[in-house]
Design a protein around this ligand. Structure first.
Ligand SMILES: C[S@@+](CC[C@H](N)C(=O)[O-])C[C@H]1O[C@@H](n2cnc3c(N)ncnc32)[C@H](O)[C@@H]1O
Length: 330
């Protein structure tokens, strides 16, 4: 399978189902993916009535009758490569949502949220309501600590002009984000907007984490993740799309988008006084053991656990001691 490597990214031109055998078990921190829709997506201009002259060719669609098996196969691979505690976000329309949900039910992945993404160009209808939303299924693999950076974008103390919590608003499960209009620029038919991808990446991963997109399309996940200092691995079956996009992305500087994202305006509060539950202690032990197998120092492990858990240094040390682990004495 053809492979292109750039700083922060490894991309394969091929089918992600056999292709993901390149990725070891339990190695990916976050999967964000937007599989083909199974609705003749290669002819989507008929649905959306828009100028297609700048749209890149090569979207590979899955026939409707194969969608069920296709979903079972790629979602089984996603489960395998995700680390315990890792997160997966799947973007889906309504037509084949059933098959995606069915495939998720065949795994051990657990639902965290069902997010509704409302966007600005619905499919025009005259005698019924206009459909203008997608589903984003946010699941996690049990057995480890899930990264959720509660205050990565907005501090818990930030308020709007009426005293409402801006953090609450940023974490509601209905997202109103318009698709990006890029007049005159080459684009993929269904590129996900930066505002949507950066929100997922900020909440559900940390710098240096590995993010995977099994269906790269216009490489929007890859571009955003590398721009935010994450590492990326991904697949695109269409050679035309793959060649255009790998050339475009080749000069992207890792971290170059970090200064464009929303970050908290007030300092984060550490939740140091909250009591640990037994489940949290077990997950802490598993995650600590995972991180101990990496090249991180004890201090780096503690810092990572602080980020992931919103706890302070001593709270983590004390909880680890309760599990029989003596941090710093390895
Ligand atoms: C909905 S698009 C992804 C759009 C992408 N999220 C973006 O923002 O540009 C789905 C992509 O999956 C690709 N594809 C279809 N089957 C595939 C397979 N088995 N393995 C890898 N890519 C595949 C299609 O060619 C298409 O580019």
């Amino acid at each position: 399978m053809r492979k292109v490597t750039i700083p922060g990214g490894v991309f394969y031109n091929g089918d992600c189902i056999p292709g993901s055998s390149q990725i070891p078990d339990n190695s990916v921190d976050l999967i964000i993916t937007d599989p083909p829709y199974g609705i003749e997506g290669d002819k989507l201009h008929r649905h959306y009535n828009r100028d297609e002259s700048f749209v890149t060719d090569g979207y590979v669609e899955i026939p409707a009758e194969e969608y069920e098996n296709f979903s079972l196969n790629w979602i089984a691979q996603a489960e395998r490569i995700l680390r315990p505690g890792g997160s997966i976000y799947i973007v889906s329309g309504y037509t084949n949502l059933l098959h995606i949900l069915n495939a998720l039910h065949h795994t051990r992945l657990e639902e965290v949220n069902h997010i509704i993404w409302k966007y600005n160009f619905g499919v025009f209808t005259s005698r019924k309501f206009v459909s203008s939303h997608y589903h984003i299924l946010y699941y996690t693999k049990p057995g480890g600590i899930r990264t959720f950076n509660t205050e990565c974008r907005v501090a818990l103390s930030e308020k709007d002009e009426h005293g409402g919590s801006l953090n609450y608003q940023d974490r509601e499960d209905v997202w109103i984000i318009n698709r990006e209009y890029k007049p005159g620029r080459v684009k993929n038919k269904n590129e996900l907007p930066f505002a949507l991808l950066s929100r997922i990446i900020q909440y559900s991963s940390n710098e240096g984490d590995l993010v995977c997109d099994l269906f790269l399309g216009g490489f929007s996940t890859a571009r955003t993740a590398i721009g935010l200092s994450r590492n990326v691995i991904g697949f695109e079956i269409s050679s035309g799309m793959f060649d255009t996009r790998t050339q475009e992305i080749a000069n992207l500087v890792p971290g170059s988008l970090l200064n464009t994202i929303r970050t908290p305006l007030e300092p984060e509060r550490k939740l140091t006084r909250k009591t640990w539950t037994d489940d949290e202690i077990n997950s802490l032990r598993n995650r600590y053991q995972e991180l101990s197998g990496t090249r991180l120092t004890e201090k780096e492990i503690n810092n990572k656990l602080q980020e992931e858990l919103g706890r302070g240094y001593w709270s983590i040390e004390k909880a680890l001691k309760k599990t029989g682990i003596k941090p710093g004495r390895r």
